[in-house]
Design a protein. Structure first.
Length: 471
């Protein structure tokens, strides 16, 4: 009798007992789906750009995992303990303690969100004409580096640019590329190494501890500082625990702290890992740099003990940091992303492999083999998904890559991806099933899709506000 059971639950299918999210839901936000003709109208009005849709016209919102997390009851309770003093708010000191305890840096500067921190760090550390090597660009990070007069150079391993390559640490830095840059421009012309864990634009891919140690050594030999984009570093720690020898018995919190200890500081969009709707921070170990940042933050963000945040926001981040490093939380967070990824993979749908920490990245080139990259296949896929089911995703291809500041030409990245980003603690497995079926329906219809042309292009970070029309 036992042998005839057809595996139905995920646990049964995997040959183990099922496990569930380490929380229960106590407040819900109703959502509903508008019909196809309304979606068509909304998409046209939005210029085929999912950033320009009204959220009430969206059914399942996978635009981003940024600021879209569900906060816990403890975080909401913390919001009520906001100390809204202009200076020296007790919530600032809670946040400082949490960053020191879990990330290990000495000095903290709060900012309104990640790009506020990127701005300060870029202005304080980059001299015009200097180079900033990094493990693949990120849109706002590179723009702030360029606005400070720097030039970003991609030194990620080649495997990261291949959506099908199964390298377990596709976020790793290629030491030969880094060495070649140092040889070519001289270490004095390198502002710092910009390391992201995980790498968003590569598909949420992690950096290994071994690679970090080697990168650190090389940087130290030449006196080059190493700053970390810690936005999704907790998810990176999960992959190290899962995949890297010697880390299976270490906690996420231990791995996070060990990783950060090999860096000189970090900037953070707290809207991701730290489980809040707004906030960011910058943390460093060098006292002189801290003094400079602490002075600069007053000009652009606010006093150094609030940096553009309300006291209650800082309290929510402090509590969010503690929740974010719990092993069961991270396992369920990455597990949900992987559940969706495994479904799509089993149906033969082309997505970036291995599935990363925060999102599924559909390989739009392989959806639309009949469309040239100049017709924005990843933008087309985001539009088609919305039309099919009201699911909102985001372009991560030629539109996001922008134009080369020197030549003014489109930058054509090898990765032409559409990102379906999973907010933390927000959607259920049933939502993931609905998403998977919609992606499949769009894939099945792919040969019929038409390309897009850009009819409006803003100067900076064009993917947020550009408009398109069908070719
Ligand atoms: C890897 C990475 N770095 C930096 C940022 C910028 O952070 P924010 O959106 O909070 O300004 C983001 C968010 O989009 C990100 O994903």
């Amino acid at each position: 009798m036992k042998d005839t059971i057809i595996p139905q639950t995920i646990g049964q299918q995997m040959g183990r007992r099922s496990w569930a999210e380490p929380w229960k839901i106590k407040m819900v936000e109703p959502i509903d789906m508008i019909d196809h003709s309304q979606r068509q109208k909304a998409l046209e009005e939005a210029g085929y750009n999912t950033f320009l849709l009204r959220s009430e016209d969206v059914y399942i919102d996978l635009l981003t995992d940024s600021g879209t997390s569900a906060m816990s009851d403890r975080q909401w309770a913390g919001m009520m303990l906001g100390d809204e003093a202009y200076a020296g708010s007790r919530n600032f000191y809670h946040l400082e303690e949490a960053v020191q305890k879990y990330y290990g840096y000495k000095y903290l500067v709060p900012t309104h969100q990640g790009r506020g921190a990127e701005h300060l760090l870029s202005q304080a550390t980059i001299k015009p004409g200097q180079y900033i090597p990094g493990n693949m660009y990120f849109t706002t990070t590179r723009l702030h580096q360029e606005l400070a007069g720097g030039k970003f150079v991609d030194v990620i391993i080649d495997e990261a640019h291949d959506p099908a390559d199964m390298h377990p640490f596709k976020g790793n830095v290629d030491l030969d590329k880094l060495q070649a840059l140092i040889d070519r421009v001289g270490s004095e012309n390198i502002a710092y190494l910009s390391l992201a864990g995980t790498v968003n634009m590569a598909g949420g891919q992690p950096v290994s501890m071994e690679n970090l140690r080697a990168v650190r050594q090389l940087c130290q030999r030449y006196g080059i500082r190493l700053f970390l984009d810690a936005t999704r570093m907790v998810e990176n720690a999960f992959f190290i625990q899962e995949r890297e020898e010697g880390y299976q018995n270490k906690s996420i919190a231990e791995i996070l702290k060990e990783f950060c200890a090999h860096t000189d500081g970090a900037w953070m969009s707290a809207k991701k890992d730290n489980l809040v709707n707004i906030g960011g921070w910058l943390a460093v170990n060098d006292e002189n740099l801290f003094e400079e940042l602490r002075n600069m933050v007053i000009i652009y963000e606010g006093l150094h003990t609030y940096g553009g945040l309300a006291g209650r926001d800082m309290e929510a981040i402090a509590i969010g940091i503690v929740e974010s490093v719990q092993d069961d939380h991270v396992r369920s967070r990455v597990g949900q992303v992987r559940y969706l990824g495994d479904l799509l993979t089993s149906w033969g749908i082309p997505i970036v492999q291995p599935v990363g920490g925060h999102a599924i990245f559909a390989d739009a080139r392989r959806f639309y083999t009949h469309l040239p990259q100049s017709q924005f296949p990843a933008q087309v896929l985001a539009a088609e998904l919305y039309l099919d089911s009201g699911i909102r995703s985001m372009e991560r291809g030629v539109v996001s890559a922008g134009r080369d500041p020197e030549t003014g030409d489109h930058r054509y990245p090898r990765l032409e991806l559409t990102r379906l980003t999973i907010p933390r603690r927000v959607y259920t497995q049933a939502h993931m099933d609905v998403v998977a079926e919609s992606v499949k329906a769009v894939y099945d219809q792919a040969p019929k899709a038409r390309g897009l042309k850009m009819v409006f292009e803003p100067k900076y970070l064009r993917f947020f506000q550009a408009k398109f029309e069908p070719v």
